[in-house]
Design a protein around this ligand. Structure first.
Ligand SMILES: Nc1ncnc2c1ncn2[C@@H]1O[C@H](COP(=O)(O)OP(=O)(O)OP(=O)(O)O)[C@@H](O)[C@H]1O
Ligand SMILES: [Mg+2]
Length: 344
């Protein structure tokens, strides 16, 4: 990672286990990806594939039943100092993650504290990490509110979270996340709860902030259109595993994994052309029933005996584009396409 100073976050071989009364289940299995300054990398996949587990592991806020069981999460600060958040002490972690990792989760209402005015919450990072006086921190909070598009910040700084709309609350969360100009902004479904117009405004704000502050953005979503519009690279996850990864144009233009192909086929291309909304048949496996061999075998139109016997390792299918499929060359063929439709 030191080789490329633009890499702000390097997740390598991350494993996350969930401890249940009956078993230890692997929810995130050897996940690797990098986030580069000034770029957006998307984590894409259906519900339950481990996107939020990955995010909470990076953020250091995993559910108590879950733990990082392997791998590293290296975060680079503005000066190029790299710290592995997995092996760091709690103190190091708090210091670095507080400054260099901004986090926006889906539910802005629960993420903001209802009992304090928003100005107090926005001022907090400036007081804790920059040691600013109450007054100076308040000034910074007002500027930040202005920057994220909140009207009349001088008066609204004293308002409470419930006095803001959903979109405005999401702007406030983004403001808190970027307050200290982190090198990485991690956004887990940041606009899922919002209507389409507000969603577009929030995404455009995130993009502007990314440019202004030269941040790396990790965008977690199950929305293909959002990935297409916002991201430079995409990491496709299935059952806790990365099944495909690469530049968005390459992965969507010429998918190297049948799962990605299935996701693409589940989106209507054009109503006029009469394209039907197909979806992938079946459902992802339960964590307790992830098959050995390929994780996608039970839903895959290309499955054959090798897939049941051996877990495919990720291989490069074009420069910087990797797929964990035994038969990536067959994915874009007509046959694969037809089979996906037949399994509907
Ligand atoms: N506290 C928990 N106890 C047991 N299993 C859990 C717990 N939290 C998550 N899981 C399981 O871990 C897996 C990954 O969940 P995760 O929340 O990361 O999915 P996701 O990709 O974020 O899905 P979504 O799109 O619905 O947000 C799922 O199978 C889920 O059921
Ligand atoms: Mg989630």
């Amino acid at each position: 990672m030191n080789a490329d100073p633009r890499v702000a976050l390097d997740v390598d071989g991350l494993d996350v286990d969930i401890h249940t009364p009956h078993a230890v289940l692997r929810a995130v299995d050897s996940v690797s990806f990098q986030a580069v300054r000034g770029r957006t990398v998307a984590l894409l996949g259906e519900s339950g594939c481990g996107k939020s587990m990955t995010a909470t592991a990076i953020a250091g806020v995993l559910d108590p039943v879950a733990e990082v069981a392997g791998g590293s999460i290296r975060l680079s600060d503005g000066a190029g100092r790299v710290t592995d958040l997995v092996s760091a002490s709690a103190k190091e972690r708090r210091e670095l993650a507080g400054k260099d990792l901004g986090i926006v989760f889906q539910d802005a209402l629960t993420a903001l504290n209802p009992v304090y005015p928003v100005g107090t919450q926005l001022a907090e990072p400036f007081r804790i990490h920059r040691g600013l006086s109450k007054r100076a921190a308040r000034r910074e909070a007002i500027e930040l509110m202005r920057r994220v598009g909140i009207p009349e910040p001088e008066t609204r700084v004293d308002a409470y979270p419930h006095q803001f709309s959903g979109g405005m609350r999401q702007r406030l969360l983004i403001a808190i996340a970027v307050a200290l100009s982190p090198s990485v902004l991690l956004a887990d479904e940041p606009t899922t709860a919002l209507d389409v117009t507000v969603q577009a405004q929030i995404m455009s704000l995130l993009r502007d902030l990314r440019e202004e502050r030269d941040m790396a953005v990790v965008l977690i979503t199950h929305d293909l259109a959002l990935v297409f519009e916002q991201a430079d690279r995409v990491v496709v996850m299935y059952a806790g595993n990365v099944v495909e990864e690469g530049p968005v144009d390459d992965v969507f233009g010429s998918p190297g994994h049948p799962y990605t192909r299935g996701l693409l086929d589940s989106v209507p291309v054009s109503a006029e052309r009469g394209a039907s909304l197909s979806s992938i048949g079946g459902a992802p496996p339960e964590l307790s029933a992830i098959p050995s061999g390929c994780v996608y075998q039970d839903r895959c139109p290309l499955v054959r005996s090798l897939c049941r016997e051996q877990r495919p390792t990720a291989r490069e299918v074009s420069p910087g584009h990797r797929s964990a499929c035994h038969f990536p060359d067959e994915v874009s063929s007509e046959e694969a396409n037809r089979s996906v439709e037949v399994t509907r």
